[in-house]
Write a protein that binds this ligand. Structure first.
Ligand code: ACO
Length: 339
């Protein structure tokens, strides 16, 4: 008798992918605007009116990105009610890895005891968490993996030029995590859109530390290992890219802004969020905003905001949620999820 035709992945039905748990962690130490006034020529009033940021969290010297990530991961694992050994893949989105290699995801694996997981990092700056979410969704949809831990984690205090008032007031440290799995019931990620523009890499970047400007005394003297940013251009690009990304993913989902219970944007600047809210004609109250307390935590920002929105009941089962991000690269991404 002829053996049955093997079921290839191609023949398996497409699965919807859900976030079954979230978690986050921010360091205990709070750095206020008043403290920054003592180290650079700035003021609480300037920072609040231009950015909306009141304070940010700063990790200890011996508290690394993988430590922040592991704490967020453990919170997400508990929230999902799973065992770490059920995780098939760990993705860490970060621009501040503990080391060039091993990946920060490998360090997280060791810290949380997820012995069966494969691990790698994702580099897409502040957009990294949504890029990683989409990678995870593809792995689950293709039936390659069942349970994936996605983390956005950054220790930006380690790459900020603390003498540059243009940038040092903006950033903070933290991590957010989500557990993804096929849950059935039709709810989950509906559509995701990602984009990049490498022609504008020089408006927001860290030139030093890689092979182009390696760690060497003259490069360090020029502070090439710290964030460089053209603030005005970044602002302009961020508003346009986030708006376009949001419109694109909504169109792909067959939804409009009135259908959304909650919008979770990248937490870079309140004025950027107000500008997109205005153009979307969506009241600001429907946006999840926590940058006043944490500043811009890069890849962690939208992940921390997602966890906070989840834990504070901002979305109920069945609600539509839009996540939209922007970062260096340039990169941008958006995702619509039915909660
Ligand atoms: N305190 C006081 N004055 C300051 C400070 C500060 N911390 N920083 C800049 N200034 C001064 C400038 O030197 C300038 O002075 P000058 O007129 O004498 O030259 C003046 O304030 C105005 O500067 P602008 O750049 O015009 O200020 P702007 O209103 O554009 O706000 C800001 C600056 C907040 C950086 C804004 O451009 C912005 O938010 N851009 C986007 C930044 C961002 O989102 N980055 C990250 C996104 S992606 C990612 O997350 C990695």
């Amino acid at each position: 008798m002829k053996p049955p035709h093997p079921r290839t992945r191609h023949h398996l039905p497409k699965r919807t992918v859900s976030i079954i748990g979230t978690g986050s962690y921010v360091p205990e130490r709070i750095l206020t605007n008043a403290e920054l006034e003592k180290s650079v020529d700035t003021s609480d009033q300037w920072i609040v009116t231009r950015t909306g940021i009141k304070e940010r969290r700063i990790a200890e010297k011996d508290e690394h990105t993988s430590d922040l990530a592991a704490k967020a991961a453990l919170a997400a694992i508990e929230n999902a009610g799973i065992d770490a050994n059920e995780i098939d893949l760990i993705l860490v989105a970060t621009v501040t890895p503990d080391m060039f290699f091993p990946s920060t995801a490998c360090f997280v694996q060791s810290k949380i005891g997820a012995k069966k997981a494969a691990c790698f990092d994702v580099s897409a700056a502040c957009s990294g968490f949504l890029y990683a979410l989409e990678i995870a969704q593809q792995f689950i949809t293709s039936h390659t993996y069942n349970t994936i831990l996605v983390i956005g984690a950054d220790k930006l205090s380690s790459i900020v030029d603390w003498k540059d008032r243009n940038t040092c007031v903006l950033f903070g440290d933290g991590a957010g995590a989500a557990i993804l799995r096929h849950r059935g019931g039709g709810h989950g990620v509906i559509a995701t859109h990602m984009g990049s523009n490498g022609d504008l890499s020089d408006i927001l970047y860290i030139p030093g530390g890689g092979c182009r400007f390696p760690i060497a005394a003259d490069n360090l003297d020029q502070r090439l290992n710290a964030i460089k940013m053209n603030g005005k251009e970044t602002y302009k690009q961020a508003v346009n890219a986030m708006l376009n990304a949001a419109n694109t993913v909504l169109e792909e989902s067959g939804l409009n802004y009135d259908d959304l219970a909650c919008i979770i944007p990248h937490q870079a600047n309140l004025r950027i969020i107000e500008a997109i809210a205005d153009r979307m004609e969506v009241p600001l109250e429907r946006f999840m905003v926590n940058l006043d307390r944490f500043g811009n935590t890069s890849a962690a920002a939208v992940a921390i905001a997602l966890d906070e929105a989840h834990r504070t009941g901002r979305m109920k089962v069945g609600d539509y949620v839009l996540l939209v991000v922007f970062g260096g690269g340039l990169t941008w991404a958006s995702s619509v999820i039915q909660w």
